[in-house]
Design a protein around this ligand. Structure first.
Ligand code: COA
Length: 364
């Protein structure tokens, strides 16, 4: 049995829930974000559901697990719970934070403190799972010292009937926790722009335009294999927050700053922290070509990459005959570094040569 302790961490006090917490629990669970990411929570969430929740919390303690109300200055700001450790000393953590207390490191602090406490109680390993689109929760996992261990495809069914993937994390008692800054931080204010183009994270709302662009013959000609279905591209767009927060890649929609219309796609991929290197790739819808959009977009992304990330070398590869793309890279300052012969398979069974480009971080 885990002891019904009180945990103090920073400005937070974590204590077993009390009957008087029902109203706060009802208010924080009657929230669309919570409902979106906790598909088993009742909707609408009524006061009796909070009372049921409190009974469930008491039963959790009785069954060998733990649940804490997260409080700050005597106000309940969230909940964090652990499933009973199994026979191998493995426990699983879950949490939610009230909408009015989000974005202040409450979940990050509480998840870390409860994991530390579980290790003090003899637990060997703490697990955590977050939906691939739950970027806040994914970020909490990294901040609390968890390491990503894999993905469970189609593991959960949402209220609308759609199946979705879970990212799985584990933290071992001996793991070092640095709570490091992400290798690829999100854009300050959410976007980059220069008054002509805007760069914003690619989202599922862009999937239709993105798919239309990738299936345009003038874009498809430079891609390996056959274009995916709209469903494939929607799925890809749902992954972009996870890829970014996990430091794997940045996927952006390029928008016309005037109309906000989707103009194209720009990505920073193949991130290799040991080398401080990543690769850019891009495509523009035909109707937005010839206006310098991609040169501007690439310039904005590079400026951010060299100012805000540890990247020191950005590379690109273009098909030998793709002169429009060569022009974009030359204007952005890239230099040719070589030619890889017959690198890319073409739809007609031939292989295309690939020109290698690189741009180094400007020396200050
Ligand atoms: C997930 C949740 C618990 C996070 O609580 P929180 O106290 O706001 O979390 P923190 O402040 O510790 O950290 C959130 C991090 O995500 C980031 N974040 C939040 N929303 C984001 C978004 N849409 N895109 C990118 N980053 C986002 C924040 O900037 C912060 O990171 P930072 O500290 O590096 O700036 C809260 O959003 C919640 O209760 N959601 C509904 C229930 C839920 O999803 N529970 C988890 C199920 S696995």
């Amino acid at each position: 049995m885990l002891p019904r302790d009180v945990i103090s961490t920073g400005s937070l006090i974590l204590r077993p829930p009390l009957v008087g917490d029902a109203e706060a629990i009802a208010r924080m669970c009657a929230d669309p974000v919570t409902a979106r990411f906790m598909p088993l929570l009742p909707v609408p969430y009524a006061p009796e559901h909070a009372r049921d929740h409190l009974q469930g919390a008491a039963a959790r303690w009785d069954g060998g697990g733990a649940e804490f109300a997260i409080t700050e200055s005597d106000r309940v700001v969230g909940l964090v719970w652990a499933r009973p450790p199994d026979q191998w000393g493995v426990a699983e953590l879950g949490f939610l934070v009230a909408p009015w207390a989000r974005g202040k490191n409450v979940a990050g602090t509480a998840a870390r403190a409860v994991s530390d406490w579980l290790f003090d109680q003899g637990v060997r390993r703490v697990e955590l799972q977050a939906e691939v689109e739950n970027v806040a929760s994914l970020r909490v996992a990294y901040k609390a010292g968890f390491r990503e261990e894999g993905r469970r495809r189609d593991a959960v069914r949402l209220r609308d009937g759609r199946w979705t993937d879970l990212v799985t994390f584990g933290r071992l008692a001996g793991d070092a926790v640095d709570g490091a800054e992400p290798y690829l931080p999100f854009f300050d204010g959410g976007e980059l722009g220069d008054g002509v183009v805007r760069l914003a994270p690619l989202t599922v709302g862009d999937a239709g335009d993105y798919h239309r662009m990738l299936t345009d013959p003038s874009v498809a000609a430079y891609f390996m294999g056959t274009p995916g279905t709209l469903e494939d591209d929607e799925r890809r767009c749902r992954y972009t927050g996870y890829w970014w927060v996990s430091g794997q890649r940045v996927e952006l929609a390029i928008r016309d700053a005037g109309s906000a219309a989707f103009a194209g796609h720009l990505q920073l991929t193949q991130v290799v922290p040991a080398l401080g290197q990543a690769m850019i790739g891009y495509s523009l819808l035909p109707e937005f070509r010839g206006r310098g959009f991609m040169t501007r977009a690439v310039g904005l992304l590079l400026e951010w990459a060299f100012a805000r990330t540890p990247l020191r070398r950005v590379v690109a590869g273009t098909e030998a005959g793709n002169t429009a793309s060569h022009g974009v890279l030359e204007r952005a300052g890239f230099q040719r570094e070589g030619l890889q012969r017959e690198l890319f398979p073409k739809g007609d069974g031939t292989w295309a040569d690939d020109v290698q480009w690189a741009l180094l971080r400007p020396r200050s």
